[in-house]
Design a protein around this ligand. Structure first.
Ligand code: FAD
Length: 466
């Protein structure tokens, strides 16, 4: 398995990454991207190996295709523990790529049966390649989508969904863009998946493949990360942060052995859906760990303020405990009641989507609880420069004391401010609502195939007879 240094050195491969209008010449020397790469590299210091009987070597447990509840529970714990080792911040580097691979392993078997294709062997070869080389993989699924009321083939600009532009003997050329690609700029490779179900008219958009991050024509335009641009109040962000990019595919060539779906439009939806089920299970696992940031900060800030005995502060803590444990409970329920398909265990989609939707709808209450507990100081705190300035530091420390000494209260207030009163807070709020799919997508996942309504109707109808 790779070392942290192997991974970091592999980023020096000429990939095209842009930040605030400039080409990033060296990721490891860039003040912002360096932090996101170092965050990813933490994975390589963790114990995450298992012995792969087929490859006869130790590989990352992230790449173990789940075949049972036990495997899913192990995966839940792996993601929870990795997040905890990264200060409560998700480490996507092998999680999202393996979610995509599980869907590809499963769906390619179905496509092959229906179309007499050989995707399954290509996916197996790529899966083994990822395992052998201990790769970090980003997933580019979300298309930029243009006019949301129109299907891919109906868009005024044909590039609003990633599409096949050209086909040759040795592969395909693709064009378009994907939005919000987490850690794409610091991953070894990108797996591309369709974002939705497709019709026959959309077949040029029904594609899936994998490419190295330094492929010709591939460009990552990274979102700015304010916390890492000289914001002296940043603490957590300087240790662990992930980046996203608008990822441009400008006539990118993909050899056939890396193509996993090519115009078999009726399977685009299956591939997308299986991926999001695994990925939302991943979300429950990291979100239960990330909740500890808000729970820990709320508890510590109430101690610093001397409000631990107040009933409404107790209530704030209970809300966060509920949030954290509901994430964990839904992951455990989903792991213990999987669907088995082609010998592969898929987490129960109903429990997975219910947990994910609860997270989407209730994250704002978590922020509210921490803000309520901490007080207005979250918004009005003096700057770090004033706090370390000999002229002001003494007076600030004196007047910011609470039930604890000033220094101690300021320490926890700084973390609380970063969690709920910074640009990171806005990012986290958006992430908790949209990442791993919008709320509407989770609602569709709950309603789709739900068989509990007829039982309820029968109960109500039965009242007249019983
Ligand atoms: C921090 C973060 C990280 C992410 N990481 C990744 C990643 O690594 N890889 C990846 O592929 N994606 C990633 N995503 C994308 C994420 O899955 C999407 O943001 C999510 O699916 C919503 O899609 P969208 O952003 O295009 O918004 P939209 O789809 O535009 O949604 C906005 C609103 O419009 C509604 N809407 C959309 N279409 C219709 C329609 N036809 N009819 C009616 N209403 C509609 C939606 O329900 C929603 O209410 C990430 C997102 C975030 C915020």
């Amino acid at each position: 398995m790779r070392s942290k240094e192997d991974y970091l050195n592999s980023l020096k491969d000429g990939r095209d990454v842009r930040y605030r209008g400039e080409k990033v010449e060296s990721i490891l020397d860039h003040p912002v991207l360096r932090v996101t790469a170092l965050h990813a590299s933490k994975l390589f210091s963790l114990s995450r190996g298992f012995f792969d009987e087929d490859l006869k070597q130790e590989v990352s447990r992230y790449y173990l295709v789940p075949q049972s509840s036990e495997h899913l529970m192990q995966r839940h714990k792996l993601i929870y523990e990795t997040t905890m080792s990264c200060n409560g911040i998700f480490n996507i580097s092998q999680a999202i790529g393996s979610d995509a691979l599980f869907s590809l392993v499963l769906t390619s078997k179905k496509v092959d049966k229906n179309h007499n294709t050989n995707y399954s062997s290509r996916v197996t070869a790529y899966h083994n390649y990822a395992k052998k080389n201990d790769l970090t993989l980003a997933v580019a699924q979300t298309d930029v989508k243009g006019d949301r009321s129109k299907r891919p083939s109906e868009q005024a600009d044909p590039d609003m969904y990633l599409r096949v532009l050209d086909v040759t003997d040795d592969g395909i050329t693709v064009n378009g863009a994907k939005a919000h690609t987490t850690q794409g700029p610091v991953s070894d490779e990108l797996i591309v998946l369709p974002t939705r179900a497709m019709t026959a008219e959309d077949k040029d958009y029904a594609i899936s493949f994998a490419v190295p991050a330094n492929s010709k024509g591939l460009k990552f335009i990274v979102r700015p990360i304010d916390e890492l641009e000289g914001n002296s109040s940043s603490v957590l962000s300087t240790k662990d942060y992930e980046c996203e990019s608008l990822t441009i595919f400008d006539k990118v060539h993909v050899p056939w052995d890396r193509v996993f779906l090519f115009k078999e439009h009726e399977f685009a939806g299956t591939l997308a859906l299986n991926f999001v089920t695994y990925h939302r299970f991943t979300a429950l696992s990291y979100r239960s760990a990330s909740s500890n940031l808000y729970l820990g900060a709320t508890s510590l800030v109430s101690k610093a303020n001397g409000t631990t005995k107040a009933p409404h502060i107790h209530n704030n803590l209970v809300n966060i405990v509920m949030y954290k444990e509901l994430m964990r409970m839904s992951a455990i329920a989903a792991a213990h009641t999987p669907t088995l398909d082609e010998g592969i265990a898929i987490p129960n989609p109903l429990y997975t989507n219910i947990g994910k939707l609860y997270s989407n709808q209730n994250f704002a209450r978590i922020l509210e609880g921490l803000i309520d507990t901490a007080g207005g100081i979250i918004a009005t705190m003096p700057s770090q420069e004033d706090m370390v300035n000999p002229l002001e530091s003494e007076i600030i420390t004196k007047y910011l004391a609470g039930a604890t000494q000033g220094e101690e209260r300021i320490r926890i207030l700084k973390i609380a401010k970063e969690l709920v009163g910074s640009s990171m807070a806005g990012y986290m709020m958006t992430l908790m609502i949209h990442a791993e799919g919008s709320m509407e997508a989770s609602k569709l996942g709950i309603v789709r195939g739900y068989d509990g309504v007829s039982e309820s109707e029968k109960l109500v109808e039965g009242i007249f007879e019983n």
